[in-house]
Write a protein of this length. Structure first.
Length: 514
């Protein structure tokens, strides 16, 4: 049975991975909301006109923002208070931020100062992310309506009543589908189980497709396809032009039942993201999936060990970035193979999706932390602690990170806009050499014997003659004349000078000299 339903004859407008490396546990620049350095909230944003007009920055949901990153935290530029949790992602257009709140309002706020321009009242909590096009803000409210509101004055232009939500027995239902705009077409999922395609000129649906279960996932658009996940555990790919089903992928969770586990292991709340002919998304069955865009065939699935994957994966230069709920980690995975490249232990569930700007990646955690991490290495650069959960996703613009929090505040965190200088290389390194004893390794130790231990010195310009004779499988660095057990590097080369590649990562001794 064909579940499409045509509603208009208007033509569609054409728009436009195997080694795991643990991240650093640095707490660099960690500040609480009550830190006195945040009192002024006075930083003026240089240019807040950058456009980030829909969820995850573009119709493919890659989460990549072409803007200046916030390399290091400086201060809270401003906070804007609402009367309910903010669980959507702000949209930024022409210097204004647009976002919804659990208090039922859509807000328009100046991105530089945090000054309110207007608010628009709906009949229910706002748990979706708005999209902006042609001076109109589009968004969905839990009152069952899709709204179109004038961007400048906040007056309603039109609205469409989506049908009532289908039954859902699990209590974790925190998001609504967010609209995706391509050309003159808007795509959005409904709690009534339909995926809608709207003609923005005619202000009416062109087609709708009944998926059989609620849709909380936000549609991604790539080539001639629209893709969306369902609460029934299926990812659908439909024709942009007419809503015809092209392919359907059933996750492992599609055959699981709440009764068997006591919680939902079926739904797809994550939204699909697309790059390089590959679709990625997460499921409540505990897997991060990768599918071929053209056929819907699975390429790989990364097992999060039952932990929900609610994040919409961000994608940049062949790498996929996603968080894990009960797994309490954020990871980078090779898009082609599914091999994990690095893993960052976040300490709490991650439902937020990530934003990428330059070498930096930003994401929220349910304990209130906003993390900034190096996207290449997974090393933490800075963090900020807000007082409640972060279910929404951040955006980045001109060195400022914006995100909403369950405490009802929208935060604007200003950072440095130039990369950190390269650390100076060590000129003299003090190390402790100790022979490797396999018998000690078998007894549960690190295999280092204190017998015949020696203190040696090595200079960049004048290496000791002994260095050419060394063959230690392990080297412990000595900083300030003490052994630092946290810097234990496996080393299997025959000459110490080849280990100099790691010297820049070791703290310099204050006595260092040429």
């Amino acid at each position: 049975m064909d579940r499409r339903e045509f509603l208009s004859n208007a033509s569609v407008g054409l728009g436009a991975t195997a080694v795991s490396i643990s991240s650093s546990q640095s707490h660099a620049n960690s500040l609480s909301i009550n830190d006195p350095r945040n009192a002024a909230n006075s930083r003026v944003i240089k240019d807040a006109r950058t456009q980030h007009g829909m969820f995850q920055g573009n119709p493919q949901h890659t989460g990549v923002y072409s803007t200046t990153p916030a390399y290091r935290f400086m201060e809270v530029s401003f906070t804007f208070r609402t009367a309910g949790p903010i669980r959507g992602t702000p949209a930024l257009a022409n210097g204004r931020l647009y976002f919804g709140s659990g208090d039922g309002n859509l807000y328009a706020v100046d991105a530089r100062s945090g000054t309110e321009h207007w608010r628009f009242r709906t009949g229910g909590p706002m748990q979706s992310s708005p999209a902006v096009a042609d001076n109109v803000v589009y968004f969905v409210s839990s009152d069952g309506n899709l709204y179109a509101v004038d961007r400048l004055g906040g007056k309603q232009v039109w609205k469409f009543a989506i049908g009532r939500d289908l039954p859902y027995r699990n209590g974790f239902d925190y998001y609504l589908s967010s609209p995706t705009i391509v050309g003159r077409s808007l795509f959005v999922g409904g709690g009534d189980g339909n995926l809608y395609a709207f003609d923005l000129i005619r202000r009416q649906p062109r087609w709708k497709y009944f998926a059989g279960s609620m849709i909380r996932s936000s549609p991604a658009v790539a080539d001639d396809l629209v893709m969306v996940g369902t609460m029934g555990g299926e990812l659908l790919a439909l024709s942009r032009a007419d809503g015809k089903l092209k392919w359907k992928f059933a996750t492992r969770g599609a055959s699981l039942k709440i009764e068997d586990f006591g919680f939902d292991r079926t739904a797809i709340v994550s939204s699909p993201s697309v790059a390089n002919g590959i679709v990625t998304f997460g499921g409540r069955d505990g897997f991060l999936y990768s599918l071929d865009l053209a056929t819907g065939k699975q390429k790989w699935a990364y097992d999060h060990k039952i932990s929900w994957v609610l994040s919409t994966p961000a994608i940049d230069k062949g790498n996929v970035f996603a968080g894990s709920s009960d797994g309490h980690f954020f990871q980078s995975v090779d898009q082609s193979t599914g091999a994990e490249l690095w893993r960052f232990p976040a300490g709490a569930p991650i439902w937020s999706s990530a934003a990428i700007a330059g070498p930096m990646i930003y994401f929220g955690v349910n304990d209130g932390h906003l993390f900034a991490v190096d996207k290449h290495t997974g090393v933490e650069k800075w963090r900020y602690k807000s007082p409640d959960k972060i279910f929404g996703s951040p955006i980045v613009a001109d060195g400022v990170v914006y995100y909403g929090c369950d405490d009802g505040n929208l935060y604007a965190l200003a950072g440095t806009t130039t990369p950190d200088p390269k650390p100076p290389s060590a000129r003299r390194v003090v190390f402790w050499e100790s022979p490797f004893n396999p018998a000690l390794r078998e007894q549960g130790s690190d295999g280092l014997s204190n017998e015949n231990s020696k203190i040696r010195y090595c200079s960049r310009r004048n290496r000791t003659s002994d260095s050419d004779k060394m063959n230690p499988p392990f080297v412990r660095w000595l900083i300030n004349d003490r052994v630092d057990a946290n810097h234990l590097f496996p080393y299997g080369e025959s000459r110490f000078h080849q280990c100099s590649v790691t010297i820049s990562s070791v703290q310099m001794s204050p006595h260092s000299e040429e």
